[in-house]
Each structure stands twice: as C-alpha cells, then as structure tokens.
Design a protein around this ligand. Structure first.
Ligand SMILES: CC(C)(COP(=O)(O)OP(=O)(O)OC[C@H]1O[C@@H](n2cnc3c(N)ncnc32)[C@H](O)[C@@H]1OP(=O)(O)O)[C@@H](O)C(=O)NCCC(=O)NCCS
Length: 141
C-alpha cells in the first residue's frame, strides 16, 4: 500500500469526496441533516482541527470528526473506504483524534455505534467501554 497521510479537512474542496465516501461506507454510518455543506462549514467554525482525513496518493480514503465542548468529547463519522479497510487506517484516525481531544483537555469522550455494527469490536480493542447504564436521548432543536 502506498503511504497514508493524515490531514485536516479543507472546506469546500474536500466536501464532495468526503460525502461520497460516507455514502459508500455502509449502514454503520448514518448520513443526516448535519452533513450538508452548510452544516459542515458551521462545524469547522468551532474546531477545524478536529475533522481529519486519511489520504493515499491524493485520494481521500478515511475520515473522522471530533467535537469538544469543554467538558466531554464526541467522535463522529469514522469511516474508511472499503478497499482500504483492515490496514490500520481507522486506527491511525482514532489515535490522532483521541490525541487531539486529550491535548485540548478532554477527559472523556463518547461515540455512538449502531446496533449490529461490528465496528464496536474496534472500539473495545481500543479501550472504549459500552455504557449500558444510560439511555441515549436526542431532540431536534
Ligand atoms: C470501522 C472502520 C472505520 C475501521 O477501519 P479500518 O481501517 O478497517 O480499521 P483498522 O484496520 O485500523 O482496524 C483496527 C482493528 O479493529 C478491527 N476492526 C475494524 N473494523 C472492524 C469491524 N467492522 N468489525 C470487527 N473488527 C473490526 C480490526 O480487525 C483491527 O483489529 P486488530 O488490531 O486486532 O487487527 C471501517 O470498517 C469502516 O469504515 N466501517 C464502516 C463505517 C462505520 O461503521 N464506521 C463506524 C461508525 S461507529
């Protein structure tokens, strides 16, 4: 495999390739109203250093988004192009986003895994623990 490099997302030029990658990522990644160009632009006003891409020969092959509100961190949209999976790219993206969250002072982060998504195994191997004593609530504001 050619060299994989990580870099920050650049708006707007990376948007279409990233959106296509998410569309091809499978059921584990839910695309929603927060993924329009306007919403991605808005996210980048807060923490542009927490939206990372993996690149191979100028092709975007992986993504991860982080968030930090001063108390807890969140991780979203970890995805690797199907033919690039199983080569440690997801691990590198997670290593980097976790390191960046920690460097900002984040002591605990959360992420959501859809029922039945075997990617949960990856997180468990990395020391993420499923929180079985809470219920997740959401509300559209
Ligand atoms: C999850 C995903 C990003 C992993 O990317 P990747 O580059 O293949 O991951 P890595 O090669 O770094 O794998 C790291 C470890 O996790 C394991 N792993 C990764 N994905 C896994 C999966 N879907 N099921 C079981 N184990 C998995 C690997 O076997 C590897 O284990 P090892 O270190 O013991 O060899 C990729 O499978 C993907 O894009 N999935 C679709 C989108 C998705 O579901 N994202 C998660 C949303 S919560």
């Amino acid at each position: 495999m050619n060299e994989i490099t990580l870099r920050e997302f650049r708006f707007p030029e990376d948007y279409q390739a990233v959106f296509t990658l998410w569309q091809n990522a499978g059921d584990g990644l839910g695309i929603g109203p927060s993924d329009t160009p306007e919403e991605i632009y808005k996210k980048l006003q807060y923490a542009p250093d927490l939206f990372l891409l993996a690149e191979c020969d100028s092709r975007i092959v992986g993504t991860v988004i982080g968030g930090y509100d001063g108390r807890r961190g969140m991780i979203y949209h970890l995805a690797v192009e199907p033919e690039f999976r199983g080569q440690g790219i997801g691990t590198r993206l997670m290593d980097e986003i976790e390191a960046r969250l920690k460097a900002k002072g984040c002591r605990k982060a959360y992420l959501l895994v859809k029922q039945g998504n075997s990617a949960a195994t990856m997180y468990e191997k990395r020391g993420w623990n499923e929180m079985t004593n809470v219920r997740l609530f959401g509300k559209n504001l």
